[in-house]
Every structure is written in C-alpha cells, then in structure tokens.
Design a binder for this molecule. Structure first.
Ligand SMILES: Cc1cc2nc3c(=O)[nH]c(=O)nc-3n(C[C@H](O)[C@H](O)[C@H](O)COP(=O)(O)O)c2cc1C
Length: 301
C-alpha cells in the first residue's frame, strides 16, 4: 500500500480542482491511499479581494514573511507518506503567504523531511522564479523534489492581467466585461490534469522517481516562455526594492502601496510591450546566451 498526501491552499477553488483531477487515477487504485490536506490560515485572506487588501499583501508576500496556520489533523501528521504532492499559487512572483507559512512551519518539517515531493503550481503565468523560491523552502525542510507541474492561463500576458483582476476582485470566474476569455487555468486543462496522475502512478508504486520529470514535461506539464521568465526576473528586482522601501517606512505605508499599484500597472502596460519587442528582436542571440539554459533549468527539477 502506498500513501500520498495532496497539500493545497485555494481561495477560488481552482487549485483544489487541479489537485482532485491529478489525484483521480490514484484514488481509483486500490493499492494507493490518498489524503488531502488544505492549509488554513488563522487570519484568512479576503476573497474576493478589494484593491486595498490585494496590494497591501505585497510586501509581506514578497519578503516571504510567514503567518500563523492551523495545524493539520493529527491523523495526517502521524502518517508516513510515500509521496507528497504540494500545490501552490503564486502571489507577487513568490509562493503565496499560506504556502510560504506552511513550508516554514514545523508541520512541513514533520510531513516533508526525507520525502519525495512533486510541486504543482496554478498561477496566472509567472511561476518560474516562485518555483526557485519553493525549491529553497523544500531544501530547508530536507524534502526531495522529484517533479514539477506548472499550470497557467495560456492567454496573452496583457489579456490574462485584465481577466485575473476581474476574477480576483469579483470572486467569480467569468468572462470579464462579457468579451474577454475565461480567467485562470482552462477548464479543459484542469479536467485533463488526471493524465499527470496516471504518469505519477507507476513511479509511486516502484518507489523511485527517476525519469518522472521528463515524462511530465513530454506531456505538457511545463511551458517555458522566455519573455515571461524575463519579466519575472525584472519584476523580482523591482519588487525587492519596493518591498524593502515599504517595510522600512511603515508610517508611509498607505502612500507607498498606492504608488506601487500605479507602478505595477505602468510596468505591465507601459514598459513590458516595449521590452517584449526588444527581446523578440534579440531572440536569436539571447537563445544561445540565455534562453536555452533557462529552458533546461525550468523544465527540470
Ligand atoms: C495577491 C495575489 C497576487 C498574485 N500574483 C501573481 C503573480 O505574481 N504571478 C502569477 O502568475 N499569478 C499571480 N496571482 C494569481 C494566483 O497565482 C492564482 O492563479 C489565483 O490566485 C487563483 O488561485 P486560487 O486557487 O488560490 O484561487 C496572484 C493572485 C493574488 C491573489
């Protein structure tokens, strides 16, 4: 009998749907037991978000400052799992506060130490550098990363910003203004995520995970896009400056957060299209200098 723990946090339910889709083939297997653990915050974040609460979460998210979480059920803490599937969403190019809080808690050490872990992200599209941060957190609790699946909104970056804002601020996954595509990870992609469960199944039974990531990637688990990683890198540099500025000046916090909000809108709609054109022109050169290596890194574990 093999035991798997699916860990997730989700506000809209999207990550839970993804987790249950991946778990489906494992749940149907009599030789596998599947448990689910939903991370619960002591102080819950609002959903739907207001503009103020959304941007006010930025400094602590980016600085990866943990908050208190409720403990997992004793039955979960007392089980020795053969595999952990850790689902997370990206907030401000970083693991969300609930996931960061869990990974920095004693519960993560108890559940994940010396265990194989598969990470699954369900984000808008900028997951790459957050995955690097999750890798550090997993390393800190002595977990072994054996696979990664990154599910995203496949629409154009500028379109997915409009649709996710509408979704996060209304709480409803709908076509923004009646004309935009649906936000988030596509319904079909979530439904088809059971294919990843089928891929994981024999590795779990064997108890060795060598070759798993290659098979996941061959089946669409990771979609490396050079421009999104490039924006992620630039965003991380700027977010580092902004978050330090805000945290070091608590008396000016409200004003600085408002300025940060305008900065984000300007960076996405004013700067990013120009940078995109420049990087597209330089693509043949940058492919050999940078992108080829990056693709290998992000498709790997
Ligand atoms: C405060 C906040 C910040 C976010 N920042 C990012 C981001 O930097 N990159 C990204 O791809 N998605 C970002 N998202 C989208 C989330 O990764 C995720 O897709 C969305 O919150 C739905 O997840 P759920 O399962 O928790 O409802 C952000 C969402 C929130 C609420």
């Amino acid at each position: 009998m093999k035991r798997v723990l699916f860990i997730y946090f989700s506000q809209s339910g999207q990550l839970e749907e993804i987790a249950r889709s991946i778990a489906k083939p494992l749940l149907e297997d009599n030789d596998i037991t599947v448990d689910f653990y939903e991370i619960k915050m002591v102080h819950a974040f609002p959903f739907p978000w207001t503009s103020d609460s959304f941007f006010n979460t930025f400094p602590e998210t980016f600085k990866q400052i943990p908050e208190e979480i409720h403990p997992p059920a004793p039955a979960i803490l007392n089980t020795a799992y053969d595999l952990i599937v850790l689902h997370y969403q990206v907030w401000y190019l970083s693991p969300s506060i609930p996931i960061n809080s869990f990974l920095k808690s004693s519960y993560a050490k108890a559940l994940l130490a010396d265990k194989p872990v598969i990470t699954v992200s369900g984000s808008r599209n900028m997951w790459a550098l957050a995955q690097d941060k999750v890798k550090v957190l997993l390393h800190d609790v002595h977990a072994t990363l054996v696979g990664n699946i990154a599910l995203t909104d496949r629409h154009h970056n500028l379109i997915s910003v409009v649709t996710i804002v509408d979704w996060m601020f209304s709480g409803i996954k709908r076509r923004a203004y009646g004309v935009f595509p649906m936000p988030g990870v596509a319904k079909k992609e979530i439904a088809n995520a059971d294919k990843y469960g089928k891929i994981i199944q024999p590795y779990l039974k064997k108890g060795t995970f060598g070759g798993l990531q290659n098979e996941l990637v061959a089946n669409g688990a990771v979609d490396y896009r050079f421009f999104l990683v490039s924006m992620d890198q630039k965003g991380n540099r700027m977010f580092g400056i902004w978050s330090s500025l805000i945290v070091r000046n608590p008396q000016k916090r409200t004003r600085l957060i408002t300025l940060f909000k305008y900065y984000v809108v300007f960076a996405i709609y004013g700067v990013s299209p120009i940078v995109y054109l420049i990087e597209l022109l330089l693509y043949p050169l940058l492919y050999f200098v940078k992108y080829r290596k990056e693709k290998k890194h992000y498709e790997g574990i």
